[in-house]
Design a protein around this ligand. Structure first.
Ligand SMILES: Cc1cc2nc3c(=O)[nH]c(=O)nc-3n(C[C@H](O)[C@H](O)[C@H](O)COP(=O)(O)OP(=O)(O)OC[C@H]3O[C@@H](n4cnc5c(N)ncnc54)[C@H](O)[C@@H]3O)c2cc1C
Ligand code: FES
Length: 286
């Protein structure tokens, strides 16, 4: 069992969890992820390692509540335990001194981009960063990102904070201005990563994305996470999660993310009914 030490609300549907998992923290690296189960009967969901503290044996996760399991996780409190916590999984980010790099995080993607930006800066890179969200309430870790960036642009889709723009706008401007960007990391919803890759393609700057395909086992055995990259079938859990964004078949990824929509909706409705029944029984008991 893996104890939750801290829960912090970063945004209305986004929470940070610090989890005691010394073995995972010991070998965790930027770009990797874990697969957790909230309870013994629960489904396995992949979550990126947003930070780690090797000395204290702690892994930080940032979770956006989008369906049954992430919402169920959102009900947990410090002192509660996760039933399983498998990792670190996937290949770490290739950290080198490239020169100048650009790190782009959209929405919950700000969390996984943070340790990558930090490690790239420590490796000697000049780190330019762009973070964006739909609105001010959904933004988080601005100061953390500023601390690991030489320059930071903050955007919101609705202009409620920072610049009113999608992240692709300042990204394109930096490239058009001839900034000597050697490599770009873009992490966020698949649709954002797709448009980041389309924006950078004409400039020929390698653009690394972290794919969020549906996963089950996380060991390359089940095939749930398969994607086409450069015309080849790859498994996100073992070959990724980072890939060359210019080579990804985005339409296939977006379609595969939606294949269980009906089951996900039913699972959420059933869980909400159970919660309601539990609350009513609790009321009756009182
Ligand atoms: C490598 C990787 C790292 C990720 N890191 C994070 C993270 O740090 N923070 C975060 O909030 N989310 C992250 N995700 C997405 C997260 O796993 C899904 O949001 C979660 O599984 C949704 O489950 P649910 O039951 O709450 O919602 P559901 O209603 O079941 O699903 C909502 C949507 O989430 C996706 N999804 C559902 N089940 C899975 C699954 N088993 N594996 C992957 N995607 C699924 C589907 O696109 C689905 O339409 C990551 C995904 C991957 C592949
Ligand atoms: S999750 Fe099963 S092969 Fe990747």
């Amino acid at each position: 069992m893996y104890e939750i030490l801290t829960v912090e609300e970063l945004a209305p549907v986004t929470k940070l969890f610090e989890v005691r998992a010394p073995a995972v923290a010991h070998s965790a690296q930027a770009g990797q992820f874990v697969i957790i189960r909230v309870d013994e009967e629960g489904e396995r969901i992949p979550l990126t390692i947003a930070d780690y503290d090797r000395e204290r044996g702690i892994i930080t996760l940032v979770v956006q509540e989008v369906g049954k399991t992430s919402m169920r996780m959102g009900t947990l409190q410090p002192g509660d335990h996760l039933a399983s916590f498998t990792g670190p999984l996937g290949k770490p980010t290739e950290i080198e001194d490239y020169g100048t790099v650009l790190c782009v995080g959209g929405g919950v993607g700000i969390a996984p981009v943070y340790p990558i930006a930090r490690d790239l800066r420590e490796a000697g890179n000049t780190v330019l960063s762009i973070i964006g969200a739909r609105n001010k309430d959904l933004l988080f870790w601005e100061e953390k990102m500023r601390g690991v960036s030489d320059e930071l642009v903050v955007c919101t889709d609705d202009g409620s904070y920072g610049r009113k723009a999608l992240v692709t706008i300042p990204m394109k401007e930096m490239l058009e201005a001839g900034r000597p960007i050697e490599r770009i990391w873009a992490i966020g919803p698949a649709i954002m990563m797709k448009f980041c890759a389309l924006t950078t393609q004409p400039f020929g700057v390698p653009t690394i994305v972290s794919l969020n395909s549906i996963m089950v086992d996380g060991t390359g055995m089940c095939g749930a996470c398969r994607v086409e990259v450069g015309g080849q079938t790859r498994f996100v859990c073992v070959d990724g999660p980072e890939f060359d964004g210019h080579q990804v078949d985005w339409n296939q990824l977006l379609a595969r993310q939606r294949i269980y929509l009906e089951q996900e909706k039913l699972a959420l409705e059933r869980w909400e009914r159970e919660c309601q029944r539990g609350a009513e029984q609790g009321d009756n008991d009182v």
